[in-house]
Design a protein around this ligand. Sequence first.
Ligand code: PLP
Length: 393
Amino acid sequence: MSGDQTLVRRTPWPRGTSWPVGTPLQPSVVYASESPDALDDIYEGREAGYSYAREAHPNADVLARKIDGLEGATGGFVVGSGMAAVTAAILGVLKAGDHLLGGNQLYGRSLRMMSTELPRMGIATSVADACDPAAMEAAIRPETRMILIEIVSNPTLRIADLDGIAELAKRRGLLLVVDNTFTTPRAVRPLDHGADIVVHSVTKLLAGHSDATLGYVGARDAALGEAMLGLATTFGLTASPFDCWLAERGLFSFELRYDRAEANARALADHLDGLPGVRRVIYPGRSDHPDHARARHLLGERTGNMVTFEIEGGRDAANRLVRAAENIAFAPTLGDIGTTLSHPATSSHRALSAEARAELGLSEGSFRISVGVEPDALLRSEFEAAIRAAAAG
Ligand SMILES: *Cc1c(COP(=O)(O)O)cnc(C)c1O
């Protein structure tokens, strides 16, 4: 190294008349511009450009535009996790003194945010049955400003009355937020049904490969979107460029993965129902599901990739089933390209008493399957063998 050569100075990035087909990964935290005037133009939106990655970066924008397209949103943004998306939607809009009404079977961490974190900040919360708009209406208070629901509950796969609650929210002047993680825009686009805000754990089906933790927030109203983005930027809910890059890559195959997993789920649910030792199978596409009619009306054929079932024999049988299903990841997640299996009593619903679980219809023998894209015959034979092993004792 001599003269004006030093390792510290950056080598100019090669430019040319061709460009990459694959999405470039841009990890730069900061962006240089040519003058204070040019920087001012970027901040004021007169010119396109970036300045600091906590505020915005290209990999997050590329991903957000893609999910905007799926959800029919404009100006949505990506954050560092699904919970960051829920946080942005709530704290970007509500203030101390407001009341948030949630569905009573929300994702566990969302319920925990409502029961412990939000009250500490002066935001009151309560929950009601999202399948029953009259029960939701009865829980509205003078201070209520927002309703938060999911469409398919975990793990009992109850279907919220989205249209009824959207009508209620409109009539009572409340904002409706829908966490569309389980359903995905392949099945339903909440903004088209009157929701004001849609949030996602992109970590799950959208990214689809269990290698990126991300969230998304989209709104119908631009001012609402700006308020939530402001919160996300100030609170530092920013997503990593690499995670965004992985998720965008995952999205190329999202519709193929979804359709295949859903067809597998339908076939697997029907197969499990006939097996000895299986007490109950829950799948919204089956006519014995308590919300089957609503599922058909709201989701059509898109009844999803999640199947819940219950075996006889309690915890011992549950342990035998998981050990026997050795090729199926026993992991508390969903939406991976491969099938995963979870046991609500020891994971998502472990904080509940056995009685509270029983009220939801869950026992030590209850399992939730996030069905993947494997050959359907393979899945059927693996589950059949595992259920046989569980029953054999
Ligand atoms: C996983 C999940 C979340 C949280 O997402 P993370 O990316 O894990 O933070 C929120 N809502 C639902 C419905 C989920 O399944």
